[in-house]
Design a protein around this ligand. Structure first.
Ligand SMILES: C=C(O[C@@H]1C=C(C(=O)O)C=C[C@H]1O)C(=O)O
Length: 358
């Protein structure tokens, strides 16, 4: 069995998008039961709670431990609701299986470590539980895929991924930068693997959860994992990103689901017209890029004849600044312009390098 062949029936049983919700951390039996009771089962099908919490610094609340599994089990029995928790090592995984946890997820801090993943995968060998793998903390798609491959190699067939965003040193409005393109590349390569968005961890703040949840569905995600709490401000961990079960329901009621396509003549005709325009513009763009590279090659030849260095930081910085200013005036984003120019410059330098080698 390999990743491409996984059959993903497990998610198709849900008529609506799968929503896994519950507190960041289980705090007491009473808290767990109250949250589960307040969750509308038409919108939130699976109950989650963290039992073992890997925290950035020691000294903060690190989870109630195995005792919390009894509370999850009680939710499962009393509300007839599937349950989910995070496992971060082989003994967590074994305990979760003993308590008949239905969905086990592997956190971002575990996905980064192939040793940890291998150990967890072996302890889950041949399980028919659903295993969900969060993206690694750093934007490394291969680590994410590698974790899935290790699980498949142990005979685990019900797999999914959770996109919780990536750590970044730069401040942004989000706690974890979504870098949607990484999750989309995974979706593109393995369209059969269900993907859930995790707006709680992407945003880190409750006021942005609705917009990120909608973005996930704009990209045709299969569902969400969202943290809900009976008393968000008083939560023992990640309180800023907790919302009440009722607030999550309001968000889910307003979500617009996007379909794969629309077969109406009207839509197809307009789409085809626009796509024709894009094809034409792409041709022009490529022609211009090729012409620009031809000039760079001439500059390379000239530099070679005069023994001048290829990289010219002064020229490059002025050119980049000017182009970003002009591009922004035309409505293009700074981030996009930066990436585009860096990529053009890289190619230009490489072409001149080849000329120097000759
Ligand atoms: C083309 C040149 O060489 C390099 C490539 C540049 C570019 O492609 O615009 C700019 C500066 C140099 O680092 C040049 O010196 O102008």
């Amino acid at each position: 069995m390999n990743l491409q062949d996984l059959d993903q029936n497990w998610i198709e049983q849900f008529e609506k998008p799968l929503v896994i919700a519950g507190p960041c951390s289980a705090e007491s039996e009473k808290q767990v039961m109250e949250i589960a009771e307040r969750m509308d089962r038409n919108y939130m099908q699976v109950f989650r709670a963290g039992i073992w919490k890997p925290r950035t610094k020691p000294g903060s609340f690190e989870g109630v431990g195995a005792i919390g599994l009894n509370w999850l089990k009680k939710v499962k029995d009393e509300f007839n609701m599937p349950i989910a928790t995070e496992v971060a090592n082989a003994s967590h995984a074994k305990l979760a299986l003993e308590f008949d946890v239905d969905y086990l997820w592997i956190g971002a801090r575990s996905t980064v470590n192939p040793f940890t993943i291998q150990e967890i995968a072996e302890s889950l060998r041949d399980t028919d539980k659903v295993i969900l793998v969060k993206n690694p903390v750093n934007p490394d798609l291969d680590l994410w895929i590698g974790a899935l491959e290790r699980l498949v190699a142990q005979g685990i067939k019900k797999l999914g991924v959770i996109h919780r965003g990536f750590s970044s040193y730069n401040q942004s409005k989000y706690r974890n930068n979504p870098q949607w393109q990484i999750a989309l590349e995974l979706k593109d390569r393995f369209p059969n693997i269900p993907i859930l968005g995790d707006p709680s961890h992407i945003t880190g703040r409750r006021d942005l959860i609705a917009e990120v949840a909608q973005q996930a569905f704009n990209l045709e995600y299969n569902g969400l994992m969202v943290e809900v709490h009976n008393n968000p401000d008083g939560a023992w961990s990640d309180s800023k990103q907790q919302i009440t079960p009722e607030a999550l329901k309001d968000i889910l009621v307003d979500i617009i689901l996007r379909k794969k396509n629309d077969n109406s003549d009207d839509f197809s005709a307009q789409l085809n017209r626009y796509r024709g325009e894009i094809d034409e513009l792409d041709n022009q763009l490529l022609g211009l890029l090729a012409a620009r590279m031809d000039v760079a090659k001439k500059i390379g030849t000239l530099k070679k004849e005069h023994n001048v260095a290829i990289f010219q930081p002064d020229r490059w910085n002025v050119l980049k600044k000017l182009a970003i200013r002009n591009g922004e005036r035309m409505g293009l984003s700074e981030d996009f312009l930066e990436h585009l120019l860096v990529s053009i410059h890289k190619e230009s330098v490489e072409l001149q390098n080849k000329i120097m080698e000759k």
